[in-house]
Design a binder for this molecule. Structure first.
Ligand SMILES: [Zn+2]
Length: 355
């Protein structure tokens, strides 16, 4: 059997501050009760890769050591950072399940994943994984915040976007953020609509990566929550993967936007377009042209800003490009894997039915 580290090819975790705190309450009780009468089944284990993810990272959660139990797993329900976890079969013999999860951009103190595995007998195992993070003070006042912006007097250019917004603009930006979060929530109730790996939305050079510090008029206002690709006015923008167009709109900061719901919690957004070429409800294929590069919204020139979400959480879109099995199809959920996904989805289907 491969170990987690063997599977990821990564180095052994040297970060001793990371306590993978897995409590398998009932499993332990059962094992103790049966000592001497039955072979003791392995204890299921919940782990995460990468083992020390920063804010905005799309992570992979793994439950292994499941097999060897006469009492088979009939459902797996999980949650991390407020988002449901959809577990898929990821190994032979149902010994391993994997799900995507995300670390909030402004992560502070800790992130906790909770998973409940229910077995045919009705017994359940509770697995918990807690990642500690430093305490972060709330972010400095920025667009959309009502706090004072101490650097505001030093603004030199671009006053429309860097001056403190009036209340109508604040309300507009918050409303637009909410629309984008809602697309993410809808994606958590949509099965994966893609089979192939994700691809870059342009073949052009990346001019700004995710998270790089941003200075507007001498003041660091926020981290960069996407990846920028070079482009001239009218250059094509391609869908990163198959999905359904969930939003086409004109936002104050992002300009003309297209959001694609790819399912399994994943959404990609394409900002500052001169011209969207798709409509809400369209199914788009990977690599299909969805619009043209533009300079609408808060920009200094034409380019594509590519964003991504897992549910309501913003993630680095570059993390999508390395997604492999079981999320990318070749070894998509095998027959018989339905138990885990169906059960995991059941949980989130109820509240989001509206809209
Ligand atoms: Zn950008």
């Amino acid at each position: 059997m491969r170990t987690l580290n063997g599977w990821t090819g990564g180095p052994v975790d040297r970060w001793t501050g990371l306590r993978i705190d897995v409590r398998v309450a009932l499993g332990l009780v059962t094992a103790l009760g049966l000592v001497g009468t039955l072979a003791v089944a392995q204890t299921p284990r919940l782990t995460m890769t990468p083992s020390r993810p920063g804010g905005g990272t799309l992570t992979r959660l793994t439950i292994d050591r499941i097999a060897g139990h006469a009492d088979s797993v009939v459902s797996v329900v999980g949650e991390m950072a407020g988002e449901p976890l959809h577990f898929l079969d990821a190994g032979k013999g149902g010994d391993k399940l994997q799900a995507l999860g995300a670390i909030p951009v402004e992560v502070s103190d800790s992130v906790v994943a909770n998973v409940v595995m229910t077995r045919a007998s009705g017994k359940s195992d509770t697995l918990r994984l807690k990642l500690p993070y430093p305490h972060q003070a709330p972010p400095p006042p920025a667009m959309g915040s009502r706090g004072r912006a101490p650097g505001a007097r030093r603004l030199r250019v671009d006053p429309r976007f860097t001056a403190r917004p009036d209340s109508a603009t604040e309300a507009r930006v918050e409303h637009e953020n909410e629309l984008a979060r809602e697309v993410g929530r809808k994606a958590q109730d949509t099965p994966a609509l893609w089979e192939a790996p994700f691809a870059r939305p342009r073949s052009a050079r990346v001019t700004s990566k995710f998270g790089s510090g941003r200075v507007f008029n001498g003041r660091v206002s926020s981290s960069h929550l996407g990846v920028d690709y070079r482009g001239a006015l009218g250059d094509p923008i391609y869908a990163a993967n198959r999905g359904v167009v969930a939003l086409v709109d004109t936002f104050f900061l992002a300009g003309n936007v297209v959001y694609i719901n790819h399912g399994n919690g994943l959404v990609t957004g394409y900002f500052h377009m001169s011209q969207p070429e798709v409509a809400i409800g369209d199914t788009v294929e990977k690599g299909q042209e969805i619009g043209k590069v533009g300079a609408t919204g808060r920009v200094t020139g034409p380019h594509l800003h590519w964003s991504a979400r897992f549910g309501a959480l913003t993630i680095d879109p570059a993390d999508l490009l390395s997604l492999g099995p079981p999320f990318v199809t070749a070894s998509a959920p095998a027959k018989g894997a339905g138990h885990s996904t169906a059960a995991a989805r059941k949980r989130s289907t109820t509240p989001v039915a509206q809209r």
